[in-house]
Ligand binder design. Structure first.
Ligand code: AZC
Length: 797
């Protein structure tokens, strides 16, 4: 966008006057914050108007990305960057007496997601919009996003995240497009002139009101929207009840409806079959599909051609109700016969799987399902009946597999099976993960639908994670290879020519140093601990889960501590940095946080190890904090048990910022390894076949304890209450008796690779060379590349 500093100033002054009635000299920071956001939002709306006009003429196929989660983070800087207005806005704001950096800091993260899956959805909105594809995201306008985390005595405590107070500036309500969603009630069949008709009556109605959050592409005409639904009561306030004095009763239906969009479920990679969650899913699916169908019918006389004009992409199974809901619309509202409706549905829907963890594969109790969604249940039953018949008749060799492939089994609706049965495309999120889907989880499906399963390796929004988050590195890269990489990340490859250039390498080292100093300042402010910015920054930031093995990392730190203290180990000074939210009901995850914090308390105050080790747990890990951490990371810990992390995307973000990966052959680590070669990454531990073999043989963690003296030393120390006199019996007994993700089995290999890391770090030049090589080869992990894979192989195939 072309606007001068002068023009921006005029807009700001005018808006400040009209919104708050003040001139700049009288305004507070908060008023200026509101003013800047309002001005940017108006520009987005204007640009969106022009884009929609163009779309109408061209009428391309629309992509609808259905996701219960979008981890948007902050939008102001991203929008200014994408509109190419950041320097001008900075000056305009400064000339009015304010500081744009301070205004950036006032913006809350829009934390409408838990972790990887939600952040991926946001990275994809950015990529698709920059590339000019008409993608609309659909989700819920949660009043409270992912909880705020505080650590009290090592224990995680959750606080509500009231993001709308300062974040609602970005949302435009579209009351004119509100729709109704029906729950509960009775389903009956009636004969009419058109044949047998299904009637859903006595339902409970909820009104869905859309709020649009606009996303501008970078140097592109496109402005797409993320449409977030808010729930409210569809029945007008019951004045009769109210005047009879039944205040509470009259408000009950309001509260019941509003509860649907109240709060994001804070569980990641595992599900709880809660009624409210099912209502959330149906609410946003039904509202979105009604909206999509109406939009299609404004441009087309019929829904017959829906699959030619629309793809509805299901982001994990949370929106799997798209399958029966699209069927319901076609059958009940638009009078289609089953076969034709099924054909349209199957050719319109595509599904991405993000996990093979069994506790995350959604299943709904059939009775609960029927109670809330009676009509949808009859449709799922019919889908299942027909599917099982088809297998029985057409694939006799698969008759034995019918019970496990069915959409309904063991009294539950199985959402993943439902998706694979219906969708025309099913993809995993890294090569390894997609192979596991084909060879294991969905093997029977792959045998009968040979072209359905495919792979799209995840990617990240490099413009956010490099250009906005790491301005120092970005300007160095621009100086060396120009700015083409902003739009084509593969251009980073050109950096390889500088791998032996001492000046470039030392400049890269200086930049890392300054980013570490920046993070050290934050740590000192947030945790009250001074860390040495010259020590190696070793980072593990992600959701807390046993399979991600933060505990193995912590055990190894304790091992280093004991070696320094008892055996005179000398090593390069290290700062271990953790950030992780635990699902509030996940006890072991919270115990692991307590363990890490206890470990930190003990180590950080021990002057006898002369600052060789520090352990920092950064509370409230979120997108905006990640933007500060990644540029400062030197080691990227990606140490999940092989076969468990579907892809990982933090691994890509740290690589792009020059950190070296220390990881297992899991998820996208394998593809990072393929890109950088074995000399530029630190790989350890069992790979997936080895894990499976050990599992089959029978894994006995106690044996590792008995045979590996380091493991024994560490666990004995914990058992004796060595960590601040604290009791970590839960952890010790879990490790000795269970160790579900084989941390002890991989410990020795992990320990040894850390020694290698320590040796390599002594040679700064070699380290910087490896770092530059990683940056140069990270281009493939751009979200733009992932989007093009979706475009070529799934959406516009
Ligand atoms: C995550 C995966 O755990 C992670 O490996 C992957 O990178 C990410 O999705 C994006 O694909 N999964 C989730 O966040 N949640 C669920 C339910 O899978």
């Amino acid at each position: 966008m072309n606007l001068s500093v002068q023009e921006l100033k005029q807009k700001l002054v005018k808006t400040l006057k009209s919104e708050y009635g003040y001139v700049p000299e009288e305004a507070t920071d908060r008023q200026m914050y509101g003013t800047v956001l309002t001005v940017v939002q108006e520009m987005l709306l204007d640009k969106r108007g022009e884009y929609l006009d163009k779309l109408k003429q061209k009428d391309p196929k629309r992509i609808y990305y259905m996701s219960m989660e979008f981890l948007v983070g902050r939008s102001l800087k991203n929008n200014l960057y994408n509109l190419c207005l950041e320097p001008e806005m900075k000056r305009a704001v400064a000339e009015l007496g304010f500081d744009l950096e301070r205004i950036y800091d006032m913006e809350p993260d829009a934390g409408l997601g838990n972790g990887g899956l939600g952040r991926l959805a946001s990275c994809y909105m950015d990529g698709a919009t920059t590339l000019g594809y008409p993608v609309t995201g659909f989700s819920i306008r949660y009043e409270f996003g992912i909880f705020k985390q505080k650590i009290v005595d090592g224990w995680q405590v959750e606080f509500p995240d009231n993001w709308l107070e300062m974040g609602s500036y970005w949302l435009t309500p579209r009351v004119d497009e509100a729709v109704e969603v029906h729950f509960e009630g009775n389903v009956t069949e009636q004969w009419s002139e058109q044949g047998l008709k299904t009637i859903h009556s006595n339902y409970y109605s909820v009104r869905a009101v859309p709020y649009d959050l606009l996303i501008s592409g970078h140097k592109s005409d496109a402005v797409n929207s993320l449409r977030l639904w808010r729930a409210e009561s569809a029945d007008a306030f019951d004045m009769n009840e109210f005047s009879r004095g039944e205040y509470v009763k009259s408000m009950e239906s309001d509260a019941k409806a509003a509860a649907i969009s109240k709060v994001l479920y804070p569980a990641d990679d595992h599900i709880e079959g809660k009624e409210l969650r099912l209502r959330q899913q149906y609410f946003f699916v039904s509202a979105s599909l009604q909206n999509i169908v109406q939009a299609h019918l404004r441009q087309n006389p019929t829904l017959d051609n829906l699959p030619d004009k629309v793809v509805i992409h299901i982001n994990d199974t949370h929106p799997a109700l798209c399958v029966p809901e699209l069927m319901r619309l076609l059958l009940d509202e638009y009078g289609y016969q089953w076969e034709k409706a099924w054909d349209i549905t199957c050719r319109t829907l595509a599904y991405t799987n993000h996990t093979v963890m069994s506790e995350a594969l959604e299943k709904w109790d059939l009775n609960l399902f029927r109670k809330h969604l009676p009509r949808i249940t009859t449709i799922v039953e019919e889908i299942n009946r027909r599917f099982c018949n088809e297998i029985f008749e057409k694939f006799p060799e698969k008759r034995g597999a019918i019970p496990s492939m069915a959409a309904i089994g063991d009294g539950c609706v199985r959402m993943a099976n439902l998706c694979v049965i219906a969708c025309y495309s099913v993809n995993g999120v890294s090569k390894l993960h997609s192979d596991i889907l084909k060879e294991d989880l969905f093997k029977d499906f792959d045998d009968i639908f040979p072209h359905k399963l495919t792979n799209v390796t995840n990617g990240i929004a490099a413009r956010r994670w490099l250009c906005q988050g790491n301005p120092l590195l970005t300007s160095m890269v621009k100086e060396l290879i120009g700015d083409g990489f902003e739009k084509d990340l593969m251009e980073l490859k050109k950096l390889e020519q500088y791998e032996s250039d001492d000046t470039v390498l030392s400049c890269l080292g200086d930049i890392k140093q300054r980013n570490k100093e920046n993070l050290a300042r934050y740590i000192s402010k947030a945790n009250g601990i001074n860390v040495d910015p010259c020590s190696m920054f070793d980072v593990q930031v992600k959701r807390l889960h046993e399979y991600k093995r933060q505990l193995m990392n912590a055990l190894h730190i304790l091992h280093l501590y004991l070696q320094i203290k008892n055996h005179g180990l000398e090593m390069e000074p290290r700062t271990f940095i953790f950030g992780a939210k635990a699902s509030p009901g996940y006890f072991m995850a919270k115990e692991i946080i307590r363990f890490i914090c206890g470990l930190g308390d003990m180590i950080n105050k021990d002057s006898s190890i002369s600052g060789m080790l520090k352990v920092i747990f950064l509370a409230d890990y979120k997108v905006s904090l990640a933007e500060m951490i990644y540029p400062a990371a030197e080691i990227s810990e990606q140490i999940s048990q092989a076969g468990k992390e579907a892809s990982g995307t933090g691994n890509m973000k740290m690589m792009l910022n020059g950190a070296l990966t220390l990881g297992t052959m899991d998820g996208a680590n394998i593809e990072i390894y393929e890109q950088v070669g074995k000399d530029n990454i630190f790989i350890f531990g069992m790979d997936t076949p080895e894990v499976n073999r050990l599992k089959a043989e029978g894994y006995h963690p106690r044996k590792v304890y008995e045979t590996n003296p380091y493991v024994k030393e560490v666990l004995d120390f914990v058992q004796k209450g060595g960590i601040e006199g604290k009791n970590f019996e839960t952890i010790v007994s879990y490790l000795l008796n269970n160790d579900s993700y084989m941390s002890l089995a991989d410990f020795e290999s992990y320990r040894q690779i850390h020694q290698t890391v320590n040796d390599v770090y002594k040679d700064a030049c070699r380290w910087n060379q490896m770092s530059l090589h990683n940056i140069a080869n990270s281009g493939i992990f751009s979200a733009d590349r992932s989007i093009m894979d979706y475009v070529n192989n799934i959406w516009y195939k």
